[in-house]
Ligand binder design. Structure first.
Ligand SMILES: [Fe+2]
Ligand SMILES: [Fe+2]
Length: 292
């Protein structure tokens, strides 16, 4: 599928929950400018969900029930992008959302020609989709708690609830496909861990660059992935990780409340803090180098 044939995000017409947000309560004094950069990047990725819907349609061509669910899901994700983009424009009127999304879509694309899941099976694909929703529901919960601006908090509460519902949606379809695909719990766990590791791949990094970078400078994954991760990893507290680990284990068919969950959560939180500290030290070193 060429770039020109890619699906264009359809913004739902008519009043939506985005219009019902108390925009008049927006308080510019409570915007954290560093976190604003992460909001812009998140808006890009959410707005681009129709690419995922197109990919999922290719992977599940003979499943009308799932294809219809994926279409509704994409509309809901696009609305997340609309809400975050609108908020980002209020916080920074110089932010050109349309231009940024154009840059993002020109520079980043999913494997839209894939006819089979890149996860090796449809059940594997659904495990990965569950993990994405684990990530987003924890991310928006943590994000809303970190940014003091009141309208942003409301937007994040709404989005986090949607993301949790999406997790349940993909989990329901996963149970159906597991009856056919029968992949092992170990395989499911490996797919889950692999998908978590992909959060440092190009998608979020390129979105961060497209929204915040100097586009006269070429994209460098290492720099922009570090910039994105530095902002995002700092948002999480232990309770967010506990919940994310429980949801991940459930998607892998493992006990979400047992010993493995508490051990996994301790390790995951330690890894996250260590990575965040290293990234923070990296920027400190860069500043020292520039000052030298
Ligand atoms: Fe979303
Ligand atoms: Fe979602």
């Amino acid at each position: 599928m060429s770039v020109s044939q890619r699906p264009v995000p359809v913004v739902p017409k008519g009043p939506t929950w985005v219009d019902g947000m108390p925009w008049e309560d927006f308080d510019p004094a409570k915007v954290d400018p560093q976190l604003l950069k992460t909001v812009k990047a998140a808006a890009m990725v959410e707005f681009n969900a129709y690419d995922y819907a197109a990919y999922l349609t290719n992977v599940f061509p003979d499943d009308p029930e799932f294809k219809a669910a994926a279409e509704t899901w994409a509309e809901e994700e696009v609305l997340h992008g609309v809400a975050l983009g609108r908020w980002a424009r209020m916080a920074d009127p110089s932010f050109d959302f349309d231009q940024a999304i154009k840059r993002f879509r020109q520079g980043y694309s999913l494997p839209l020609d894939a006819k089979e899941s890149v996860r090796g099976s449809r059940a594997g694909e659904l495990v990965a989709r569950c993990i994405v929703e684990v990530g987003t529901s924890s991310f928006y919960t943590a994000f809303g708690q970190s940014m003091p601006e009141p309208v942003f908090k409301k937007i994040c509460q709404r989005i986090a609830a949607d993301e949790f519902r999406h997790y349940k949606l993909f989990y329901t379809h996963l149970k159906r496909y597991l009856q056919k695909d029968r992949i092992s719990k170990a395989r499911r766990l490996l797919i889950a861990i692999g998908r978590i590791a992909e959060s440092e791949d190009d998608e979020l990094a390129y979105a961060y660059y497209a929204a915040n970078g100097d586009t006269n400078q070429p994209y460098d994954r290492k720099i922009w992935s570090a910039a994105y991760m530095r902002g995002a990893l700092g948002l999480y507290r232990r309770e967010h990780i506990d919940r994310a680990v429980a949801m991940t284990l459930k998607a892998a068919g493992l006990d979400p409340q047992g010993r493995m969950a508490s051990f996994g959560s301790r390790v995951a939180y330690w890894l996250l803090r260590t990575r965040h500290k290293r990234l923070a030290r990296g920027i400190h070193d860069e500043q020292n180098l520039q000052a030298a």
